[in-house]
Unconditional design. Structure first.
Length: 134
């Protein structure tokens, strides 16, 4: 029983750490990886990926530091993005809403609430996983 509890704790720590991972790319590499159209892949809740959601959010990032987000209900919003190399995250601003990208690869990115400065902002380990759009 004790081993089971330790295993569950280790899994939760791993999943939480992977959600708060940092971007380890140069600014040019971030631009190259980020600036394209991205579509919904999964939602992360409590460290678990849920991909069987009826979600169609799309993000399209531009080299000039702007992006457009289109949500499931067809609402289109424009915002700005900036890579913070000291914090190793990308900050997104949509009007009064602040989001951040804690993880970015050529194949996947995660958008999470808040500025990503401390884990308390995202205590539920929530995020939206996106994949490149074809």
């Amino acid at each position: 029983m004790h081993i089971k509890k330790v295993s569950v704790f280790a899994l939760v720590c791993f999943l939480t750490t992977s959600l708060t991972a940092q971007i380890s790319m140069s600014s040019d590499s971030v631009n190259n990886a980020l600036c394209r159209k991205w579509e919904f892949k999964a939602i992360i809740m409590g460290g678990q990926r849920l991909s069987n959601m009826n979600e169609t959010v799309i993000y399209e990032f531009q080299n000039d530091g702007t992006f457009k987000r289109v949500t499931s209900n067809g609402k289109s919003e424009k915002g700005t993005w900036v890579f913070k190399p000291d914090q190793k995250i990308v900050l997104l601003k949509l009007k009064k809403t602040v989001l951040h990208i804690p993880s970015l690869t050529d194949d996947e990115l995660i958008v999470s609430p808040g500025e990503g400065i401390n884990g308390a902002e995202n205590g539920l380990s929530m995020g939206t996983v996106l994949k490149p759009s074809n």
